[in-house]
Design a protein around this ligand. Structure first.
Ligand code: F6P
Length: 341
């Protein structure tokens, strides 16, 4: 069998672990040939690929990013790919394509599968917002990075009696904010799923200082938004990939709190640091298991499906199921974290 693999969308710690696992399982167990398309679907469309043998994936398990490069796919190029799906499979001689990616990549994978390409998807995203899998690799790493950042910020905040507003990733789903906020003991957590009122945060901070505490740390998802009329905050434009550009809730909220509290409030935007660097052991293991199961699925002819974690098992689910709805933080998970506003 000849298997093509690609990584698309925003990168994520663990992508290299999947690539390595695909190559190991395919080459060692089945004697397959594996090729890697460069820069996501762009490489597929432009015929840019390279052979991936055991040497090519040696030493990449712990490496962040993706050795294949990644890019987001523009909609008109996706249509072009769908129109030529079967020709592309013939041209590259691939019997299976394994795209590794998030919601956008899996939607494209489903469309390519419907257009006749033999596709087995592997989900990834630090956001953990793909509904048909309990976890995506990359999330554990991002939560660890954000937690460590808040642990560190607490000590400097206390020295200077400051409020730290830490903005983490998560446009529509606040999983990173929820779990890193809980792990770090953040005094306030703001999520995209529930509008917050800055007046509640002001009250919480004032009560802390009245109890003799000398600092506060708030963890805010980039997609969190204030309740209508509670604070000036504009929504952003939509970029060429259909994603909303956020205006910087961390900075806006820090400014607002400083103004209302008369205390120093500093925004800290963690940004892409959450996506860079080496994956945690958990993410390496999950990524490796997904790669292994993707190759098995290709050999079983289970196309149009993707790997998913259910409990502790890796199962195959239809791509159609994967991209129907976003997995957002449910109310009961918010209730467990006392500091969700
Ligand atoms: O979907 C993953 C993610 O990291 C989001 O958390 C974040 O909003 C977005 O990608 C950032 O995208 P980009 O790297 O294109 O700025």
């Amino acid at each position: 069998m000849r298997i093509g693999v690609l990584t698309a969308g925003g990168d994520c710690p663990g992508l290299n672990a999947v690539i390595r696992s695909v190559v190991h399982r395919a080459v060692t167990n089945y004697g397959d040939e594996v090729i890697g398309f460069e820069d996501g679907y762009a490489g597929l469309l432009e015929g840019r690929y390279r052979a991936l043998d055991l040497d090519a994936v040696s030493g990449i398990l712990a490496r962040g990013g993706t050795i294949l490069g990644s890019s987001r796919l523009q909609r008109d190029r996706l249509r072009e790919a769908c129109d030529n799906a079967q020709d592309m499979a013939r041209e590259f001689g691939i019997d299976a394509l394994i795209p590794i990616g998030g919601e956008g990549t899996l939607t494209a994978a489903r469309m390519l599968s419907d257009a006749g390409l033999p596709v087995v998807g592997v989900p990834k995203t630090i956001d953990n917002d793909i509904s048909s899998t309990d976890r995506t690799f990359g999330f554990d790493t991002a939560v660890g990075v954000a937690t460590e950042a808040m642990d560190r910020l607490k000590t400097t905040a206390e020295s200077h009696q400051r409020v730290m507003v830490v903005e983490v990733m998560g446009r529509h789903a606040g999983w990173i904010a929820l779990e890193s906020g809980m792990a770090a003991g953040a005094h306030g957590i703001c999520l995209p799923e529930r509008a917050f009122d800055p007046a509640d945060l002001v009250k919480m901070v004032e009560e802390r200082f009245a109890r003799g505490k000398r600092f506060a740390v708030l963890c805010v998802a980039e997609g969190a938004h204030p309740a209508e009329g509670s604070m000036d905050y504009g929504h952003g434009e939509i970029d060429q990939f259909g994603h909303e550009r956020f205006q910087g809730i961390g900075t806006a909220l820090a400014y607002e709190l400083e103004r209302r509290l008369g205390k120093e409030a500093k925004p800290v935007i963690l940004g892409h640091i959450q996506r860079g660097g080496t994956p945690t052991a958990y993410d390496r293991v999950l990524a490796t298991r997904f790669g292994w199961h993707a190759v098995e699925a290709a050999h079983q002819g289970e196309f149009g499906r993707m790997t998913a974690l259910r409990g502790t098992d890796v199962v195959m689910v239809p791509l159609a199921e994967a991209v129907t709805e976003l997995k957002t933080v449910p109310k009961d998970r918010m209730d467990e974290a006392e500091s969700v506003f």
